[in-house]
Write a protein that binds this ligand. Structure first.
Ligand code: FES
Ligand code: FES
Length: 218
């Protein structure tokens, strides 16, 4: 064997040996790491996908061009500038974003706007006006049912829809008799409003306000 061939073989041997050693030292997972980071699943390759969405918001027809990932809450706040509905957690945990869709209360942060094509949405702005408050708004003012007020739009939308649920005979987890009309006890109201958190702890005044309106409706 020629000296140059010997030297070529020993170089190859050295490279093979070095690669094997590196694989043992770093492990198969490290060797298998992709060179470039995976593309973010949040950004579709072709950019955002827009679609037309028609809603009736507080009695007015609204046509929007929205990214299909837009939540109902963001459509209301960012696109229609109805900032009464609040973003507390954006995760369905606080109730600050509660609005009514077709008369039923819903966390608007947990639903996409495109899912409500043609639906009728009522936000706090659609319940009353500063000059002519909705009875529930007036009762919250009268009973001091808030401190900072951040949860209040959601509390009020939720309580208006909640009283309709009672009227419709829908029982709650604490209703003693599922077939009898619900009693408007503080326990019943607290249970039914348990999806709306108030960090200021205005709960007893909120229950007083709802009880007054419920009493008037009864
Ligand atoms: Fe929707 Fe908190 S912002 S539940
Ligand atoms: Fe402040 Fe309810 S009034 S969070």
């Amino acid at each position: 064997m020629q000296a140059s061939e010997e030297s070529e073989l020993s170089r190859r041997g050295l490279l093979v040996g070095a690669t094997a050693t590196a694989a043992v030292l770093t492990g198969p997972a490290a060797v298998a790491q992709p060179a470039a980071p995976a593309p973010s699943p949040i950004t579709p390759p072709g950019g955002p996908s827009l679609t037309k969405v028609s809603l009736t918001v507080n009695g007015t027809a609204r046509d929007l061009d929205l990214d299909t990932r837009t939540t109902l809450l963001d459509a209301l706040r960012e696109h229609l500038h109805l900032t009464g509905s609040k973003k507390g957690c954006d995760h369905g945990q606080c109730g600050a974003c509660t609005v009514m869709v077709e008369g039923r209360r819903i966390y608007s942060c947990l639903t996409l706007a495109v899912m409500h094509e043609g639906d009728s949405i009522t936000t706090i702005e659609g319940l009353g006006t500063p000059d002519q408050l909705h009875p529930m708004q007036a009762a919250f003012v009268k009973h001091d049912g808030y401190q900072c007020g951040y949860c209040t739009p959601g509390q009020i939308c939720s309580s208006v829809a909640m009283l309709r649920e009672i009227e419709a005979g829908i029982p709650s987890h604490v209703s003693a008799d599922l077939n009898a009309p619900a009693q408007l006890t503080p326990e019943e109201l607290r249970e039914r409003m348990s999806g709306n958190i108030c960090r200021c702890g205005a709960y007893s005044n909120i229950v007083d306000a709802i009880t007054e309106v419920a009493g008037r409706q009864a």
